[in-house]
Design a protein around this ligand. Structure first.
Ligand SMILES: Cc1cc2nc3c(=O)[nH]c(=O)nc-3n(C[C@H](O)[C@H](O)[C@H](O)COP(=O)(O)OP(=O)(O)OC[C@H]3O[C@@H](n4cnc5c(N)ncnc54)[C@H](O)[C@@H]3O)c2cc1C
Length: 328
């Protein structure tokens, strides 16, 4: 490849989405990354579309909407859906007592309140909507293959400073997740450990989410061949060892909602650490002037919603990069 115009640092869902958006508008892009996509936090994600544990709301909701539409388009095309592992599922979000409709209810499909007689035992309120489910073990390799078709290279390289990338391209996009804590010294980032179970899907085809109940965060996410059960949100815990006690507790909580889960075969456990921050960092820094001018766009700190925000943030990154390169 000739010299890149943009280097994206990081190959999780944020980096691959930014690289895609920039390649689609014709930019020469390289992705530099320490870990390959299959070894990132993104690979461990459940992953369903839901703006969980992430701020600020006024930016998160429009970003989520862009992603919702993009995932919806992938799911609507049978060939693309099979290749990318993105499907739409009916999702039930359950609450102990009535709450106002969330701000995203205005743009998701088929949003309505559940009837009292539909609610599982122990719940006082619920809503139903269509949610994209993104099967990460399929989705990430599909994204890498699509990038390859657009001649975007993935380069294995751990950076100690963004200057290494700035020496090779005028624009650098920083999508290093929790790695940004060291790379750019961002002390506002902190890890929140998650653990999910993988079991045989059986006949299950509905997503369940209980984020507010007294028993702790609970979700059931049926993918094409298996079902993901969660979850765990341990603030400031960053090890990735499996906790057997937590696995039992997750199964207990999920089986309260869907008792047939107890009979399904256990297939594995995934652990990952969410890159949390008081607010997502999506901003830019301009360095130097004239011929030597450089741009860094930061896109990290997506907490428990990195997949949900991926396309919305990538679109903003693309617009910022395009505006800067065109004004140059
Ligand atoms: C159990 C669990 C369940 C989840 N479920 C969902 C869900 O259902 N829906 C949802 O939207 N989100 C979910 N999330 C959150 C989501 O996984 C994250 O928000 C998202 O993966 C963050 O993506 P990222 O690309 O920013 O970071 P990462 O996936 O961590 O990628 C960071 C990349 O940067 C690279 N990097 C870091 N430092 C350097 C360096 N110095 N030099 C070079 N490269 C570097 C890494 O190698 C890696 O490639 C879940 C998370 C967990 C743990």
């Amino acid at each position: 490849m000739t010299d890149p115009e943009v280097i994206v640092v990081g190959a999780g869902v944020a980096g691959l989405s930014c690289a895609t958006e920039l390649a689609l508008v014709g930019r020469k892009v390289q992705v530099w990354t320490d870990a390959l996509p299959e070894h990132t936090t993104s690979r461990a994600a459940a992953a369903f579309w839901y703006p969980y544990r992430v701020d600020p709301v006024d930016r998160v909701i429009p970003w989520s909407q862009v992603s919702y539409e993009r995932f919806g388009a992938l799911a609507a095309d049978a060939v693309l859906s099979r290749a990318s592992g993105v499907i739409m599922r009916e999702a039930w979000e359950l609450f102990p007592e009535p709450v106002p409709a969330p701000p995203w209810s205005r743009f998701v499909d088929l949003f309505r309140e559940l009837w009292p007689e539909e609610l599982p035992e122990g719940y006082g309120h619920g809503v139903v909507f269509e949610a994209p489910v993104i099967e990460m073990p399929r989705y990430l390799p599909w994204m890498v293959a699509e990038l390859g078709r657009m001649s975007v290279e993935l380069v294995r390289r751990r950076l100690d400073s963004l200057d290494e990338a700035l020496a090779a391209a005028p624009v650098v996009v920083n999508t290093t997740g929790l790695g940004a804590r060291e790379l750019v010294g961002d002390a506002r980032l902190f890890g929140v450990r998650g653990q999910v179970l993988r079991r045989a899907r059986g006949e299950l085809d509905r997503v369940y989410i209980d984020e507010h109940g007294p028993h702790g965060i609970t979700y059931i996410v049926p993918r094409s061949e298996d079902v993901i059960l969660g979850g765990v949100a341990d603030d400031d815990v960053e090890h990735t060892r499996v906790d057997e006690g937590q696995s039992e507790a997750i199964l207990d909580r999920c089986a309260r909602i869907e008792p047939t889960l107890r009979e399904t075969q256990a297939l594995g456990v995934n652990v990952g650490v969410r890159p949390c921050r008081d607010a997502v960092r999506l901003d830019q820094e301009e360095i130097g002037e004239g011929e030597q001018a450089r741009l860094v766009v930061h896109d990290y700190g997506h907490g428990g919603a990195g997949v949900t925000l991926s396309w919305g943030c990538a679109a903003e990154v693309r617009d910022r990069v395009e505006a800067w390169l065109e004004a140059r």
